[in-house]
Write a protein that binds this ligand. Structure first.
Ligand SMILES: Cc1cc2nc3c(=O)[nH]c(=O)nc-3n(C[C@H](O)[C@H](O)[C@H](O)COP(=O)(O)O)c2cc1C
Length: 302
């Protein structure tokens, strides 16, 4: 009832866990049964190790959280040695999230992962990072650079290639179309929304970097609108995320046009929420005499 196909891979369920919110799957060992998920998207890996931004880099908001972790990670060499053997053993599908600060960075990281091998079924490319070589701009705001990067990576893998889109753009459709033109198998939308927090008593900003990324239920309407807009123009599948906490949220994303979804911030509170959502979706299918959850697609009545 929950099986979905992306490229040549069948996922047991459309529920993935979002990059940066589930570690490498090991952090939830004993707390959640990952075999019930469609898959795990690992934390962004970069060419070199990164310590990330100084603290404070996380703060709660009324309906979510702001973070400015800054892509803290162990770098691709250590990732291949220390994480891939463990990931290979997990009883779920693995998608590796790759980030970079310049085209060459992405390509080198990608080539190292491809050459190293592993059981992962695909890659998700985080294009919301500053691009040093183009004066601090983000890859994800430029259709030209998005298409170029997608093409470069496409020519280097037959595995699933997903471009992860930022909502912090004028027209997300243009970036989605560029990813499609470059040969992506899917896009995921959305990454976090730029925000900030202020402590009035201390007269201080709440994050060391001043601005951070807002996630959680607060961004769900923004994410839904992005998925809906992308669905109007793209032929490739869309993986929806942003504030998903319940099965009802997932149904909304499918109605907006998503094929798969990712569960993110809620994992910090409930590491097994992705699994209970799967149970609830099966119950929904049974109640509504549906043989597959994706039968909902296209049923949105304006
Ligand atoms: C603490 C934290 C760390 C994150 N790290 C990454 C990351 O390394 N790479 C990435 O592509 N997205 C990262 N994200 C973004 C999430 O994958 C997701 O796109 C976003 O949080 C929206 O989904 P949500 O509202 O369900 O959390 C991170 C989010 C949070 C809250």
């Amino acid at each position: 009832m929950l099986k979905v196909k992306l490229k040549d891979i069948t996922f047991d369920t459309p529920i993935l866990v979002a990059s940066g919110t589930y570690g490498y799957g090991n952090e939830v060992e004993g707390l959640a049964d990952v075999s019930k998920l469609g898959g795990i998207i690992t934390k962004s890996v970069t060419r070199l190790p990164r310590e990330g931004n100084p603290p404070p880099r996380i703060t709660e908001t009324a309906a979510g959280m702001l973070n400015s972790i800054g892509l803290a990670n162990l770098g691709v060499e250590a990732y291949c040695k220390e994480k891939i053997p463990f990931l290979n053993e997990l009883d779920t599908k693995i998608i590796i999230n790759v980030a970079g600060t310049a085209m060459s960075d992405y390509i080198e990281t990608f080539e190292m992962l491809e050459n190293h091998g592993g059981n992962h079924v695909g890659y998700e490319i985080n294009i919301s990072c500053p691009n040093v070589k183009e004066g601090g701009m983000e890859f994800g705001v430029s259709p030209k650079m998005t298409e170029q990067l997608t093409k470069e990576l496409r020519s280097r893998t037959d595995r699933i290639l997903i471009m992860k889109l930022s909502p912090n753009v004028t027209r997300i459709q243009d970036i989605g179309l560029a990813a499609e033109a470059g040969g992506a198998d899917a896009v995921s939308a959305i990454n976090t929304v730029v925000g900030m927090g202020i402590d009035v008593k201390k007269r201080k900003v709440k994050l060391h970097t001043i601005y951070g990324g807002l996630s959680g239920p607060a961004i769900k309407p923004v994410a839904l609108a992005c998925v809906h807009k992308l669905n109007k123009v793209l032929s490739i599948p869309i993986i929806g995320l942003g504030g998903i906490s319940t099965a009802e949220d997932v149904l909304e994303f499918i109605l907006a046009g998503a094929d798969l979804v990712q569960v993110g911030t809620i994992n910090y509170k409930h590491p097994s929420r992705g699994m209970t959502i799967c149970d609830d979706l099966i119950a929904f299918c049974k109640e509504n005499n549906m043989s597959n959850i994706l039968e909902l697609q296209g049923q949105l009545d304006k």
